[in-house]
Ligand binder design. Structure first.
Ligand SMILES: [Cu+2]
Length: 112
């Protein structure tokens, strides 16, 4: 029994840091039963952590999005290049997201 407990403690010690490192995710593995099927946008707030204007991607450290039951996290979203052109890494922004498959597309974004 003592051996089992030690093994469990070791497993926890090993998974702890691994979880902490997975800061960026696409919400894979999360339940999205409540995600609206309809094409409805949700509002979010966050900070720009990365920009790929040509590629049409933005990395946002977003605050929790209650409408989607998403916790605060850093993740990559699709976004039209024209939307991203005026933005800079480090800016605090408000945005509108079209959720899709645990991620989504930012359809509006502006610096606060
Ligand atoms: Cu997220």
């Amino acid at each position: 029994m003592k051996t089992l407990l030690a093994a469990a403690a070791l497993a926890l010690a090993l998974t702890g840091p691994a979880l902490a490192q997975s800061d960026m995710t696409m919400h894979e593995g999360m339940k999205h039963d409540s995600m609206p099927a309809a094409a409805k946008t949700v509002d979010g707030q966050g900070v720009i952590k990365g920009l790929d204007t040509a590629g049409g991607f933005v990395v946002l450290k977003h605050q929790p999005i209650a409408a989607l039951k998403w916790p605060a996290m850093t993740m990559k979203f699709k976004a039209a290049p024209a939307l991203l052109k005026p933005l800079k890494v480090g800016q605090a922004v408000t945005f509108k997201l079209q959720p899709a498959g645990g991620s989504g597309e930012v359809v509006a974004i502006s610096a606060k």
